[in-house]
Design a binder for this molecule. Structure first.
Ligand code: PLP
Length: 464
């Protein structure tokens, strides 16, 4: 790999500087000693010695379309020459075209007219959606899922389930009411999908049965909670795919109680699951869709939301309702437009389903070889490996961490030479590898991934 500049400090010096100058508050710091990388291409990252690492998490699904995707990078480079800076109060072509394309996708998927508004990061767009809902309804209480993740700003922490993200910061608004997610491998009600008859949605419905359950004023026919935030497939929660009819049943309950459905597609949108929007698998129409991450393929970030017209018309949500200096920055909209054009030229609905099915089949085979793999599952190329004790159920965080670290240490013998593996850990017990490979991953690269995982499970399980 060619370096962009000539400065090359030793890793030791850089680590000393990092220890002195970098806050740890703005990153996960999952590894005690985070790794340096200096290059990327396609499905691979390269360390400071140019050694390759197959990436199965692609920046938490922000780089769905491959590192340094030439077409998308080319559009940003051209924008750098043409109009690299412009205040968001003025218009530029790419902003309008990105909004048009996204609104058209929502119209195709949900049959409703609406508008797009932009922001910079995912959490900010979620906060914008909270404002939209509050503005339209005059109410401010939300429902969301246990295991859900919608960001870590003060506002979004209230609807992200983990108390860990709120504990030291106090309450900024109202903590959501959290409902168990249909995580069938570890069903919160101890049931089996074959026989449960969606007991979980019955439990949601029960909340509204009488006013004494504290959610519903039967006389006024009004709910106290006004929007339900969902991820179509739970991301940070461990790539948990809900059973096929769950969202349809939930939506019926919400519609009957006039509760809005906000669909957080920040991690699952843009074909991660094999559909443009993940929620399309489940046949429901959200009132608001929030997106970010892969919209710019991880280049200059922009995020945003689509909302149905009655919520977001200029009369309902007037100028200045939200504002961020960088919200529809020109480099971001150029990257987004190129990303959407790239998507149009591919056939991801078919190819992601095919590669996802092939990958999942290989994972099923891997599971047969390793008793410590309790569950593998997925939707499209959002795949999960749940790491357990040899009983196939008890979560095994120690082994998960060992495999994660060994993958990053690199130098694993493979048919393509020594290689590292980049994984991401999620799940309620931090024992799930959430796999989000490049959507253009080849069959050969999937085989390589399995080779690496096989080696890691064999060696790391043996060491513990
Ligand atoms: C589903 C979901 N919502 C919201 C967010 C927050 O987005 P950001 O990290 O860009 O603020 C994330 C980030 O991982 C996410 O996965």
């Amino acid at each position: 790999m060619n370096r962009v500049n000539d400065i090359r400090l030793s890793e030791e010096v850089l680590r000393e500087k990092e220890a002195q100058y970098c806050s740890h508050g703005d990153t996960v710091h999952y590894s005690p000693v985070p790794k340096f990388f200096q290059g990327c291409e396609g499905s691979f990252l390269y360390d400071r010695d140019d050694k390759p690492y197959l990436d199965l998490q692609m920046w938490y699904s922000a780089v769905n379309f491959g590192y340094r995707n030439k077409q998308i990078v080319g559009a940003v480079t051209a924008q750098l020459e043409q109009l690299p800076q412009l205040a968001c109060q003025y218009l530029h072509e790419e902003k309008v075209l990105v909004a048009e394309r996204l609104a058209t996708e929502c119209h195709r998927a949900f049959g409703m007219g609406g508008r797009i508004q932009f922001n910079v990061g995912g959490s900010q767009a979620i906060e914008d959606s909270m404002k939209l809902v509050r503005n339209a309804t005059g109410k401010s209480l939300f429902m969301a899922f246990m295991g859900g993740y919608h960001g870590r700003t003060l506002g979004t922490s209230e609807i992200t389930s983990s108390y860990r993200y709120r504990r030291r910061f106090g309450h900024f608004s109202n903590r959501a009411h959290f409902v168990p997610f249909p995580y069938c491998f570890r069903c919160p009600y101890g049931m089996k999908l074959e026989s449960c008859n969606y007991y979980c949605t019955d439990q949601v419905e029960r909340l509204f049965e009488t006013e004494f359950n504290s959610f519903w004023d039967a006389k006024a026919e009004e709910p106290e909670f006004i929007a339900f935030y969902v991820e179509p497939v739970q991301g940070t929660g461990g790539y948990v795919v809900p059973p096929p009819d769950y969202f349809r049943r939930l939506k019926t309950i919400l519609d009957e109680r006039k509760i809005l459905l906000v669909d957080d597609e920040i991690q699952m949108g843009f074909f991660r699951t094999g559909k443009f929007w993940g929620i399309e698998h489940f046949g429901v129409k959200p009132n608001i869709v929030v997106f970010g991450k892969a919209l710019t393929n991880g280049l200059n970030p922009i995020s945003g939301l689509w909302a149905e017209e009655r919520l977001i018309s200029p009369q309902a949500f007037p100028p200045g309702s939200t504002h961020s200096t960088f919200s529809s920055n020109t480099l971001g909209t150029a990257a987004a437009l190129a990303t959407l054009q790239w998507i149009e030229q591919q056939d991801y609905e078919r190819t992601v389903a095919e590669s996802g099915a092939y990958f999942l089949q290989q994972l099923e085979d891997l599971k047969k070889r390793h008793a410590v793999i309790g569950d593998v599952a997925g939707l499209g190329l959002a795949l999960r490996i749940e790491v357990t004790q040899a009983d196939g159920f008890t979560p095994n965080k120690a082994l998960t961490d060992r495999i994660f670290e060994s993958g990053l240490a690199g130098g694993i013998p493979t048919s393509r030479g020594p290689m590292g593996l980049v994984l991401d850990v999620g799940g309620y017990y931090k024992n799930v590898f959430t796999l989000a490979p490049c959507l253009d991953i080849t069959k050969g690269e999937i085989d390589l991934a399995i080779e690496l995982l096989d080696w890691l499970f064999t060696h790391c399980a043996g060491e513990l």
